[in-house]
Design a protein around this ligand. Structure first.
Ligand code: NAD
Length: 318
């Protein structure tokens, strides 16, 4: 009675961690089809999968921007059955919009948003017919809250969230579940790729204030934000597995409790000004407040790790 799980974007980061974590489930509840665009990049997954390869994990080709490749992959599965779809493949883009081409922006939307749309068009009709299935989408906290210089990326994740929120109503009628996983910063290739691309941006098309804001405020704090708030892909995988095994999985799940105070601002003010003003103050008016907030978060982290160890000690003494 194994559930068939299809995951996209498994050559690195969260996708790789998800595939391995789910395939290594002790109760062997899942058969994982870990897919990637380019099979020549399978080595890290093969290594991490170890003995699960060929047992509870198989690697397949799937490009979320290519309908034919999605169809070929799904057609190759026994009875085309997918019990759980994890839509993870994605890409980032940072910088002032004046410096980005429409082509670059379209490729982010094509991967992050239309990638899921293509998968759903192929998989949802079968799930409806079987009246069984769970669609899990790796969104982001930027799916509910915009962040400076992430305009297009946040828009692509907002698009995902609107799409899923609309479909979730229909899905209920068929007994299907949809869950959005919303990680905060996660330390993966993504973070490094996005930062490196950010360094290469030709800022000559932006005015001085914008260029300075990007280089001396955004990029300057980028690494520190990941170092302070960043989770590991394994953390996100653990959270996701918990959602997979729930009888009534939630529609939204944030994986990073350190980030929750920021997203709560959104729900605290129906006018929507509170999060925007708070981010503005943090970034521009109070460079010191920003550093102090990060230090405060570091302290909270240190204390929660300490109490976690303490609780573990108590448990092991019992
Ligand atoms: P990553 O760059 O390591 O992984 C992204 C994966 O998607 C890569 O393996 C890449 O090859 C794959 N991919 C890109 N285009 C594809 C395509 N057309 N077809 C198939 N695969 C394709 O980064 P990650 O952090 O593991 O990102 C995974 C997901 O998590 C993304 O959707 C991302 O938006 C989301 N996310 C990341 C963070 C973060 O801080 N890293 C935070 C929140 C959400």
């Amino acid at each position: 009675n194994q559930k068939v799980v299809l995951i996209t974007g498994c050559s690195s980061g969260i996708g790789l961690a998800l595939a391995v974590h789910i395939a290594k489930d002790e109760k062997k509840r899942f058969m994982v089809y870990a897919t990637m665009r380019n099979l020549s990049k399978a080595e890290p997954l093969v290594e991490a999968a170890g003995r699960t390869l060929g047992r509870t994990l198989e690697i397949k080709q799937l490009d979320v921007c290519d309908e034919a490749s999605i169809k070929a992959c799904v057609d190759s599965l026994p009875e085309r059955r997918v019990d759980i779809l994890i839509s993870n493949a994605g890409m980032g883009l940072i910088g002032p919009i004046e410096c980005q081409s429409i082509e670059e922006m379209k490729s982010v939307m094509d991967t992050n948003f239309f990638g899921l749309v293509r998968l759903m068009k192929e998989i949802l009709p079968d799930m409806k017919r079987r009246k069984k299935g769970h669609i899990v989408v790796i969104s982001s906290v930027m799916g509910i809250q915009g962040i400076l210089f992430n305009d297009i990326y946040a828009a692509s994740k907002f698009a995902l969230e609107g799409f899923c929120e609309s479909l979730a109503i229909q899905a209920l009628r068929f007994g299907l579940n949809i869950s959005l996983i919303e990680p905060g910063p996660v330390i993966t290739e993504f973070e490094r790729k996005v930062y490196d691309e950010g360094l290469k941006i030709d800022l000559s098309k932006a005015d001085k204030v914008t260029a300075d804001m990007f280089t001396n405020v955004y990029l300057k704090n980028y690494k520190q934000i990941f170092e302070t708030l960043g989770q590991t892909p394994e953390d996100v995988a653990e959270h996701t597995l918990k959602i997979l095994i729930m009888d009534n999985p939630p529609f939204r799940h944030q994986t990073n409790t350190l980030y929750t105070p920021m997203t709560t601002l959104k729900y605290a003010d129906p006018n929507g000004d509170l999060p925007i003003e708070t981010f503005y103050k943090m970034v521009f008016e109070h460079d010191k407040v920003f550093t102090a907030s990060l230090n405060f978060i570091k302290l909270l982290q240190w204390r929660s790790r300490k109490s976690f160890k303490h609780n573990k000690m108590i448990k092991s003494n019992c």
